[in-house]
Design a protein around this ligand. Structure first.
Ligand SMILES: CC(C)=CCC/C(C)=C/CC/C(C)=C/COP(=O)(O)O
Length: 297
């Protein structure tokens, strides 16, 4: 038999609880006197914690978790003198019952951190491949925004053909778009750089304290796709361009600057950015002002 106190608690909260002869909320329906009492208490506590919550949904969600199913047994068997255990807050219940996507993401993150730490062999001078660090830093400069911007501006100023100017103008647009998008995403995501990274990078922006996505990786993918599409190059040079992009991305993880996912997403973003640039291709037809302005200089 449920204790009188429990009946008093349950009655105003569940209409079915008022039925004393086998209704859905009655002790008999709950699978025995103690069980029914436990169920009443469970319902009443849930309802009182979240008044706007549909008790049916809450009960279903709670019962999906084996932890909660197990948790309800002591309550069902508890004697009248035992106080029922306090229910977990809603957020904790969610944690105990994570979705498949949640588990997959956490696993991916764990693999990412583990792999990035393993690959960070040039993170410091005393690291296992520490002697390669100067070479990695040279690669870092080859993918930095400043040389690419200054180089493009210089070539633009020296270009004497309309076709060359058009390509360079679009490369400039691509580089600026890349800086903007990377800064925006870094500022939104705010993922810290790996703990083993030494912050000794050549000229950075304030958002570059964050690591997702890798700006070098986006630039590498964007620029290499741009070059492959707009420069006529012999096959060995084309292979070299792709290799440069790949090694630059890898060097970010080896230097300890980034986790693998920062670089992988960076490649994806850079590749996509090229598609945007190609779609919005600037030409004397659709942006005459830009080209005339440049010509006057
Ligand atoms: C026009 C303008 C705002 C130029 C800024 C160029 C600049 C300082 C770019 C920063 C490049 C950089 C250090 C990116 C960080 O790359 P991660 O691969 O470490 O994300």
């Amino acid at each position: 038999m449920p204790s009188p106190r429990r009946n008093v608690d349950a009655r105003p909260l569940s209409a079915s609880a008022s039925s004393s002869s086998g209704g859905p909320g009655s002790p008999a329906h709950g699978g025995g006197g103690g069980g029914g009492g436990g169920r009443f208490e469970f319902q009443s506590l849930l309802s009182s914690r979240a008044p706007g919550l549909d008790p049916t949904c809450t009960r279903l969600r709670a019962s999906e978790s084996p932890v909660h199913r197990r948790g309800s047994f002591p309550l069902a068997g508890a004697g009248p003198s035992q106080a029922p255990p306090a229910p977990l807050p809603e957020e904790d219940r969610m944690d105990l019952n994570p979705s498949f996507l949640g588990i997959a993401l956490r696993s991916l993150l764990a693999i990412d951190l583990w792999l990035s730490k393993k690959l960070g062999v040039c993170a410091g001078e005393s690291s296992s491949w520490g002697s390669m660090r100067p070479l990695m830093k040279l690669l870092e400069i080859s993918g930095h925004g400043i040389p690419w911007l200054l180089g493009t501006l210089y070539c633009l100023s020296r270009s004497d053909s309309w076709a060359g100017r058009e390509v360079l103008m679009n490369l400039l647009f691509a580089l600026l778009l890349d800086l903007l998008l990377v800064a925006l995403i870094k500022g939104l995501v705010r993922r810290r750089r790996p703990a083993h990274n030494q912050m000794d990078m050549f000229v950075t922006l304030s958002v570059d304290k964050y690591s997702f996505p890798s700006g070098h990786a986006t630039r590498a993918a964007l620029v290499s796709r741009f070059i492959l599409n707009h420069l006529v190059l012999a096959i060995p040079l084309r292979v070299l361009v792709v290799l440069w992009a790949f090694i630059l991305g890898l060097s970010r993880v080896m230097l300890g600057r980034h986790n693998v996912t920062d670089v992988a997403f960076g490649f994806f973003l850079g590749y996509t950015q090229y598609s945007i640039v190609d779609y919005c291709w600037l030409s004397p037809h659709n942006a005459p002002v830009l080209f005339l302005l440049w010509n006057q200089q």
